[in-house]
Ligand binder design. Structure first.
Ligand code: C5P
Length: 238
């Protein structure tokens, strides 16, 4: 279980790049200032499980963000195949349904004491209400987010990945023990880029986030270590 011992431990840095060497050296430099790193589809496609192993070997907790969505047997097998890499977190799409979530949760349990925590993605924040309606889901985005988070929780997921703006509704629906991992974070001094509905690290934690996913404000900074320390200080002050 990834524990939060100091404020910086809440931060998972998104290593969204294809250069495995650069990702590993960045992870090494950031060690001690952040809680872990997120390996998503880009780095995974470029470097495969070996890239994850390389970073995990540094002793850094890894959030393996591959958002599995398939039939229960296939998703459970993917979770099982990930166990030797000892990721701190893995994730699935809650829209895969209750049996799929349950199969993934059971497979994660096979990891024993340091099993990966299972997070669910509810509604991608890139989807508008209209996009959601086009997929056959009427109603408000937030209702669907809460519906899928409840489904995930009822079937053994440890938490969800969510927007900072969904934290209040999810805490009310799923309680204080359900892990909320929150991307779309921008320190006040960082450029928002393509992220639109952002919150600062301290705001998101005050709102109830457990973990923050931060990418470019740290990885794209002239001095990534200084940027990570600035986030650390901000969280400590908040
Ligand atoms: O660079 P930035 O801080 O925007 O990176 C955020 C990371 O979180 C990226 O890896 C992105 O794919 C992911 N993410 C996101 N918004 C979501 C879900 C995931 O930005 N709603």
């Amino acid at each position: 279980m990834h524990e939060i011992r100091k404020p910086g431990d809440r931060v998972f840095v998104a290593l969204d790049m294809q250069d495995v060497e650069r990702a590993a050296s960045l992870a090494l430099r950031l060690q001690g200032h952040v809680g872990g790193v997120k390996v998503g589809k880009e780095l995974f496609m470029a470097g495969g499980p070996a890239a994850v192993g390389r970073i995990a070997a540094l002793g850094m907790p890894v959030f393996l963000d591959l958002k599995w969505h398939d039939i229960p047997n296939t998703v459970a097998s993917a979770v099982r195949a990930a166990l030797p890499l000892k990721p701190a977190f893995v994730n699935i799409h809650a829209a895969g349904g209750g049996s799929m979530i349950r199969a993934a949760a059971q497979a994660a349990l096979e990891g024993g004491e340091d099993r990966p925590r299972l997070l669910a993605v509810t509604v991608l924040t890139s989807l508008s209400q209209e996009d959601l309606a086009d997929t056959g889901v009427p109603g408000a985005v937030e209702d669907q987010v809460v519906r899928l988070a409840r489904l995930a929780q009822a079937n053994g997921a440890d938490g969800v990945v969510c927007s900072a703006h969904e934290i209040a509704a999810l805490r009310a629906a799923c309680g204080g023990q359900f892990t909320l991992m929150v991307p779309g974070i921008r320190p006040a001094w960082a450029i928002p880029g393509d992220q639109k509905r952002v919150m600062t690290p301290a705001e998101a934690v005050a709102a109830g986030a457990d973990y923050l996913v931060i990418g470019r404000p740290i990885t794209g900074a002239e001095n990534p270590v200084a940027a990570a320390r600035r986030v650390e200080d901000e969280l400590a002050a908040g």
